[in-house]
Design a protein around this ligand. Sequence first.
Ligand code: NAI
Ligand SMILES: O=C(O)[C@@H](O)C(=O)[C@H](O)[C@@H](O)CO
Length: 311
Amino acid sequence: MGKKIAIYGAGTIGACQATLTSGNGYSTVVIGHSEEGLSRCRNTMLQNWNDLIAQKLATAANRRAAMDLVTITNDVSALRDCDIVFEAVSEDVNIKQRVYSIITEVCGRDIIVVSTTSSIDAAILAEKIENPARFLIAHPFQPVHMLPLVEVVRHTETSEETLNQVCTLLKDLNRQVVMLNRSVPGFLVNRFAQALFRESIYLIEQGITTAADIDRAIKYAVGMRYASIGLLEYYDAVGFELERAIALNVYPDLCDTKSIQKTTLVGIASGRTGQKAGQGLYDWSEKDEDDFRYRKQAPYFEGVRQWHMPE
Ligand SMILES: NC(=O)C1=CN([C@@H]2O[C@H](COP(=O)(O)OP(=O)(O)OC[C@H]3O[C@@H](n4cnc5c(N)ncnc54)[C@H](O)[C@@H]3O)[C@@H](O)[C@H]2O)C=CC1
Ligand SMILES: O=C(O)[C@@H](O)C(=O)[C@H](O)[C@@H](O)CO
């Protein structure tokens, strides 16, 4: 410990990453770029703490002590004495490049910059920063302060020292780290997710099933099974002969479109873009948002007991 962490970006990921670092005793600076953004970030962090307090995983004293470790500001000079900057701005190469220039200008070229990008190739981002040896990707998952996995993606010029320092920090934050040998779009988990999203939308568009039944199948088969064993442990347990027979029947019929599907395009054109819009694959006006937020966090509550919370 002893490191001072900065998070550049005060959105969904910035607020939750700051909950995790300050919740484990790290001084944390969050850089935003609008007044509304700062107060939204603060409110998200407080909501995260209130959810932990409701589960008796934290106290009001922990919340106060952790929030006291956090500076949320639009003033980039607050980055000056930080050791590591997590970049969590919008998924846009140009915006990220502008932010890297600011970070280098304020902190110097030896600052470690860690991007939280969900999908941009590490080599593309490394080209946009002055000192690529001090850059890598550490892709987290929502809810970022609770879900343990982080995909670490280096590029050819990332130095061993940078990699070690970032992995040491992630381990201190009780993260489960997986490392890719080279960058591929979507890394691991978003490749799995996109394959499932594409197939699910295809099955709905073909009239074969509904969003609710797909989610039931995911929750009560895929989710429950792979919560305790690995996907590839299962493959071995079944055996290659049966998996070959199934693949011969299923592969030819799987959706393999390279285009964005009609459901998504029509939703975007008509403003029915998902939860925030009130309508997507589900009608969210019929759903209880607090219950959804609880269910989104529920599998990870036990892990919070390992935090080194300030008091
Ligand atoms: N939302 C998600 O599920 C996940 C997102 N990510 C990645 O994390 C990064 C951030 O994503 P979110 O937090 O979801 O986005 P967001 O839209 O909630 O937040 C992005 C923040 O960047 C700020 N921003 C935009 N331009 C800026 C600039 N020039 N200077 C300073 N701040 C600027 C925005 O004001 C906003 O606060 C993206 O690269 C995304 O791919 C990673 C894991 C999960
Ligand atoms: O899965 C997540 O939480 C993320 O890490 C992402 O990269 C994106 O939100 C993705 O899941 C969107 O489908």
